[in-house]
Design a protein around this ligand. Structure first.
Ligand SMILES: [Mg+2]
Length: 405
């Protein structure tokens, strides 16, 4: 069997770099993107990082560090265009692309030699050059035999670096084992701290631990974690067409209906389900698409975008209503609705360390936990209750849900 070659790429300081690419006056200068209505740095140029300015830092503090700092409001449409261009270039190398967020993805480059006349390393090198030449931004890349190593390698030496892990088991372990545990996927700062307090700082140590010991620290992730620490990773690059990374759910009604309140409640439930998955993946989205199907199978769809990415379902409820209003223009019963979240971002949750959004977010996370533990129906919003009334849900469950709220 041919050896797999997996490339992971990640754009460097993406929003700030795009702004610098779009405006030559910003190039080479300490700039940050952010401060639209919450005063947090969303992205800092490398020149700003050299001054100690990071994401997510309050803009006020960044300005105290460097009073001449240039603050640019975010332009998400522009970032999404650049993203489209990067993934377009990636498609010239392989159709096997797994988009992870607006500026990150996996490419399966196995067999590029035969197709492109270039080995995977040379293909990756050209990709990096092309992105730089055409878009005036840089990406960092990791090339390895599996997703785990390629992702770590792409982030290890930023910016503008291509890091290849030799395709030999011993050299792979020599690369992986000395690294701090925080480099393993699924290990956040809290878990890293927990592991440190148990004396586990390097990935090598994790690889030597008995499973039940790890399970006490990290719960059900233990097996996955130890596999990663032993460089066991068979995850495939799952193709998502370049802009198809999305979270969606649809539902066909038991009976075709014109009950507007019922349909709106359904839309919200579908959105809720997608947001639970979205938060589990630590992602945020900016665009929401609604599709409706009439009883005669006629279909309509439309989409709207928020001003900035979010991982809070309440933020898209008004958009759902507007879309339904706009799309449902025939006085005909509906049989199916579909809600899709797209334009996926990552790293936006930390922006909201303060304020109302933060409170809502905490609530959402709490809800996810309760639902995970007690089941989908353990906790319901007003729209769930509306639906459950029509479904004759037992009264006690509803009362229990209200008490939890
Ligand atoms: Mg990035």
């Amino acid at each position: 069997m041919m050896k797999r070659a997996i490339l992971h790429f990640d754009a460097d300081a993406f929003f700030a770099s795009v702004e610098q690419a779009a405006d030559r006056h910003l190039r080479g200068k300490p700039i940050v993107v952010g401060g639209l209505h919450r005063g947090i740095v969303a992205s800092a140029s490398y020149q700003a990082r050299q001054l100690g300015i990071y994401t997510p830092m309050p803009i006020g503090r960044a300005r105290r560090l460097y009073p001449k700092l240039i603050v640019v409001p975010p332009r998400f449409e522009l970032y999404e265009q650049f993203s489209g261009n990067i993934f377009g270039m990636a498609e010239e190398m392989t159709p096997l692309i797994e988009k992870q967020s607006i500026d990150e993805g996996y490419l399966d480059l196995t067999g590029t030699k035969a197709c492109l006349g270039r080995d995977p390393y040379a293909a990756a090198e050209k990709f990096g050059h092309d992105v730089h030449d055409w878009l005036k931004i840089t990406i960092s890349q990791g090339l390895a035999r599996n997703k785990l190593l390629s992702q770590i390698a792409s982030k290890l030496h930023k910016p503008d670096k291509l890091t290849a892990v030799p395709f030999h088991r011993d050299q792979e372990l020599a690369f992986l084992h000395p690294l701090p545990v925080k480099w393993l996927p699924t290990i956040g700062p809290t878990t890293a701290q927990l592991m440190a307090s148990a004396g586990l700082t390097a990935i090598r140590q994790v690889s030597q631990m008995p499973l039940n010991f790890l399970a006490e620290l990290v719960g059900k992730n233990a097996k996955q974690l130890r596999d990663f620490s032993r460089n066991i990773d068979d995850r495939l690059v799952t193709t998502t067409q370049s802009d198809a990374l999305s979270y969606g759910h649809q539902e066909t009604f038991d009976k075709d209906t014109t009950d507007r309140a019922f349909i709106e409640a359904k839309l919200r439930c579908l959105a809720d389900r997608s947001f639970v998955r979205l938060r589990k993946d630590a992602k945020q989205i900016r665009t929401i698409t609604v599709k409706i199907r009439y009883t005669d199978m006629d279909e309509h769809q439309g989409q709207l975008s928020l001003r900035e990415p979010t991982d809070v379902e309440e933020h898209v409820y008004p958009l759902l209503s507007r879309l339904l209003q706009r799309l449902w223009d025939r006085r005909v019963r509906l049989r199916m609705v579909h809600v899709k979240l797209s334009n996926v971002y990552s790293g936006f949750s930390q922006l909201d360390l303060f304020g109302v959004k933060q409170r809502q977010q905490t609530l959402s996370t709490l809800r996810d936990t309760i639902r995970q533990r007690f089941g989908e129906r353990a906790l319901m919003g007003p729209h769930d209750l509306l639906l459950s009334r029509s479904q004759k849900l037992s009264r006690s469950l509803t009362v229990a849900a209200l008490m939890l709220l």
